[in-house]
Design a protein. Structure first.
Length: 242
């Protein structure tokens, strides 16, 4: 009877997980098995592997043959590396302590690689979240601006509807005519008063000018009589001399 280490499917549709089992190669995939030595869940990133390391080494040493997928899983967990080192110890290439040292160095390197991958995935996920948040923030800002614009337009329309139309006062024709006549009378009175004031001012100016002219004429008329008298007084000696 050939024994295989293979996967047995469980879970639901499009969300399967697997048991790592040791079973007869002629048994159905999900049928009877000899022993379960671990589980494999590919739905996580990276995949989750839970394995009984010592049981896997024991079954491999007993001649169990892993399927291709199980071989990859066992290699990832270091089972195949440990089996290879133990065979080197059996052949005398190095002792068991050296095998443990080499396996510890390989395991540490593997763990660092896995941790680096996890860190990269976390960083990528955080960066994606930041980009999505930034895009959503821009969309929200645009929506808020549009809503504010609509609200402002709605408020303006509401205020326009609630404001009553301006009241136009209708003045009767008789009142308008009376106001026009009153304005004309007032204008005529103002013009008459201005004319009277202007006439009085002109009369005063003319009277003042006439008085000044009369004074000047009187002065001019009085000057020749004085000169004639002086001349006549001066001519008397001349007559006497003759």
């Amino acid at each position: 009877m050939s024994v295989k280490i293979r996967l047995a499917r469980h879970g639901r549709k499009q969300h399967a997980y697997y048991h790592i089992v040791v079973s007869n190669s002629r048994s159905p995939r999900d049928g009877r098995f000899i022993e379960r030595i671990g589980s494999y869940n590919p739905n996580t990133n990276p995949a989750t592997i839970d394995l009984d390391f010592d049981k896997a080494i024991e079954w491999l040493n007993n001649g169990a043959q892993p399927t291709d997928t199980c071989r990859t899983i066992l290699s990832h967990k270091g089972v195949m590396m440990k089996k290879h080192l133990l065979e080197g110890v059996k052949k005398g290439a190095f002792d068991l302590a050296e095998a443990e040292v080499r396996f510890g160095a390989w395991l540490k390197e593997k763990e660092n690689a896995v941790q680096s991958k996890k860190d990269g995935l976390v960083a990528g996920f955080n960066e994606e979240l930041k980009k999505r948040f930034s895009a959503e923030s821009k969309i929200n800002e645009t929506r808020i601006a549009e809503i504010a614009k609509k609200n402002a337009a709605f408020m303006a329309a509401s205020i326009a509807k609630s404001t009553p139309p301006p009241v136009v006062e209708v003045v009767p024709v008789e009142v308008v005519a009376a106001e026009v006549v009153a304005a004309e009378v007032v204008a005529a009175e103002v013009v008459a008063a201005e004319v009277v004031v202007a006439e009085v001012a002109v009369a005063e100016v003319v009277a003042a000018e006439v008085a000044v002219a009369e004074v000047e004429v009187a002065e001019v008329v009085s000057l020749p009589a004085v000169e004639i008298t002086e001349v006549s007084e001066a001519s008397e000696p001349t007559t006497e001399a003759v």
